[in-house]
Design a protein around this ligand. Structure first.
Ligand code: SF4
Length: 343
């Protein structure tokens, strides 16, 4: 019989497994704590489980671990980028960023990405497959091993490789594990899911009853420009996307964040800013302006500082929450849009 990988199984699934073994439900929570909270892979150290049960578990199951292939550290800001290899040889990247007290891990949900946004290195390398919930969570467990004394992960951003809402079930399960006391006890307001705007999945997420911060990779408020740089806009155009966000906001108190990669001469004019201010209405939101980060074989350039500041001034008419984000890890290709799992 093939052994079961326990990493990625959550409480209900573990309870079912223990039920089949004639064990009580509370064993599921004990085991979950070992796997996720303590990051343990070895049944022998799980001393609050009876020896017989540990033996049985090791006969029928195992706890997988993604393999670290390479780690790069930015000499500019200390950002760390990890290249991991999965059991089938596929590769993904994860980024660890430090900003004062805040320690953020940016995780991937797919190997590659099918959406082919024109400013993104991941999109250029094509799509390989969805990650399992275990592989999503394991990035956090693996990165934890690289924290310095006393450091603790405070924030998770689901903004690495892939479109999380195209790997819906595994992403949701991974978020539940992140939030749970048997997982990482990270509060919902510290977990941000970033999507290119898969409208039907945003409705589903709204009704999920799971609290999470939502971030939209917007990059233009004009359908023609957005479709040019984000082909997904053809299937999910702006009007429907904004409608789904109004629905999401009714169910979720946190403002939606719009990420806007500023690309010189493409989406950074005053007209672009005015359109942005005009079309987003009916719910609380923030805007994050991100200077475009260089990507190999990509013709774009970042907007200059003056253009970004002018753009910001116009956005401030719609919301006081407009920031220009400082890119991190640019020298190790660990910044927004630069991940490509090549190390
Ligand atoms: S920006 Fe996000 S959704 Fe677009 S191609 Fe890159 S990883 Fe995929």
């Amino acid at each position: 019989m093939e052994k079961i990988d326990l990493k990625g199984l959550w409480i209900k699934e573990l309870e079912k497994l223990f039920g089949e073994l004639g064990e009580q439900n509370y064993r599921a929570r004990q085991l979950a704590k070992w796997i996720y909270n303590k990051g343990v892979n070895n049944f022998e150290v799980m001393t609050d489980l009876p020896l017989e049960l540990r033996k049985k578990l090791s006969e029928i199951s195992f706890i997988s671990k993604i393999k670290l292939v390479k780690k790069k550290v930015s000499s500019l800001d200390g950002t760390e980028k990890f290249l991991f290899e999965l059991a089938d040889g596929k590769k993904i990247e994860t980024v660890l960023m430090r900003e004062k007290e805040r320690i953020t891990v940016c995780i991937s949900t797919q190997a590659g990405c099918p959406l082919n946004c024109k400013f993104c290195a991941t999109g250029k390398s094509g799509f390989e497959r969805n990650l399992s919930a275990g592989e999503i969570i394991d990035q956090i467990i693996a990165v934890k091993e690289h924290l310095k004394n006393e450091e603790k992960i405070t924030n998770i951003v689901i903004m690495g490789m892939g479109e999380p809402l195209l790997n819906y079930n595994n992403t949701i399960k991974a978020i539940e594990i992140m939030q749970s006391q048997f997982g990482f006890s990270i509060p919902p307001r510290k977990i941000t899911l970033s999507t290119a705007g898969i409208t039907d999945a945003i409705y589903k997420l709204s009704d999920e009853g799971l609290k999470v911060k939502l971030s939209i990779s917007l990059n233009s408020a004009d359908d023609r420009i957005r479709t040019e740089i984000m082909p997904v806009n053809k299937k999910y155009p702006l009007s429907g996307l904004l409608e789904s966000l109004r629905y999401f906001s009714k169910k979720n108190p946190n403002p939606v964040t719009f990420e806007y990669v500023m690309i010189k001469g493409i989406n950074d004019s005053k007209e672009d800013a005015k359109k942005l201010v005009r079309v987003i209405t009916g719910f609380p939101f923030k805007i994050n302006l991100i200077p475009y980060n260089p990507v190999e074989n990509c013709p774009y350039e970042k907007s200059d500082d003056e253009t970004m500041n002018q753009f910001r001034e116009i956005c401030l008419r719609a919301t006081p929450a407009v920031t220009i984000r400082k890119s991190k890890g640019v020298d190790i290709e660990g910044a927004c849009g630069q991940l490509k799992a090549k190390g």
